[in-house]
Design a protein. Structure first.
Length: 278
């Protein structure tokens, strides 16, 4: 059993949280503490959530989330700019982007961490978001507040990773290493895409989405795309007083060999074999 998680952020953040109703931008000491904490997130020295390798469970740093929420209390509205664009917000734009390729049109908020080697097409990464090495956030994709993206992940065009801030204990969306998220997929409500999983275009995964194995019919854990699998959005019939209707679900079409590298053409072949266009 792993030791209980202890946040690296100062305990004073919890004390500020208890009196958050009284905080405002005039509280210089509180603002200094909160800014220092969010700076740790911005630099990747702390993060909102991670997968504990000992338990395979998502661990949430509630103190980190509290620091983010407190930033909206202690930071004043201010203007920032990028070229000819002007912004008016409490949260400034991110300025530290060492080793990151950022294409014009990408917007990143302070408090998000982007690792060296990541590529950001015109997209949006919110505060608390984490994008690890070698990952691509493609055109019009969104990494919502606190969403966690692993290494070598491809978020295709228009992908939406939902954000979650409250309550501080709520788990964010987690996309693990080597995953591929197809165009216009939505992953929200703390759903989890496990390592190496591939989601076909347009799939919707929420924390309560039912997941089925296409070969066996077995129902798998809800809200999770299994590791090293190819999944697509589907429907299941459910009866209501007003009739039978198709309810969304996730269908696991195929299991991949663990460690199988991503090959877009091979993925297209799998989807085409099952009559699914990618």
């Amino acid at each position: 059993m792993s030791a209980p998680f202890v946040s690296s952020l100062p305990t004073e953040i919890d004390e500020l949280w208890e009196r958050r109703a009284d905080l405002n931008p005039n509280d210089a000491d509180a603002r200094s503490l909160v800014v220092a904490a969010v700076d740790e997130l911005d630099a990747g020295k702390a993060r909102v959530a991670f997968v504990d390798p000992a338990t395979d469970q998502v661990v949430v740093d509630e103190r980190a989330k509290r620091a983010i929420l407190l930033s909206f209390k202690v930071l004043a509205m201010s203007e920032s700019s990028s070229g000819d664009f002007r912004y008016h917000d409490r949260i400034p734009l991110k300025t530290t982007l060492d080793g990151v390729r950022v294409v014009p049109g990408a917007v990143l908020r302070w408090g998000a961490y982007i690792a060296p080697g990541a590529v950001l097409m015109p997209s949006f990464v919110n505060i608390g978001g984490y994008v690890d090495e070698g990952s691509m956030v493609d055109t019009w994709a969104t990494v919502g507040s606190c969403a966690q993206v692993g290494k070598r992940v491809h978020l295709s065009g228009g992908v939406g990773l939902g954000g979650v801030l409250e309550p501080p204990s709520a788990k964010p969306v987690v996309i693990e290493d080597d995953a591929f998220i197809g165009s216009r997929c939505m992953v929200v409500e703390g759903a989890r895409v496990r390592r190496g999983a591939k989601l076909g275009a347009g799939a919707i995964l929420t924390a309560s989405t039912r997941v089925f194995d296409a070969e066996s019919g077995e129902e798998l854990p809800r809200g999770e795309a299994p590791a090293w699998s190819v999944c697509v959005g589907s429907t299941r019939v459910k009866s209501f007083p007003g009739g039978d209707f198709g309810m969304p679900c996730l269908l696991v079409l195929r299991r991949l060999t663990e460690g199988e590298t991503h090959d877009k053409l091979a993925l297209n072949d799998v989807l085409r074999d099952h009559g699914v266009a990618e």
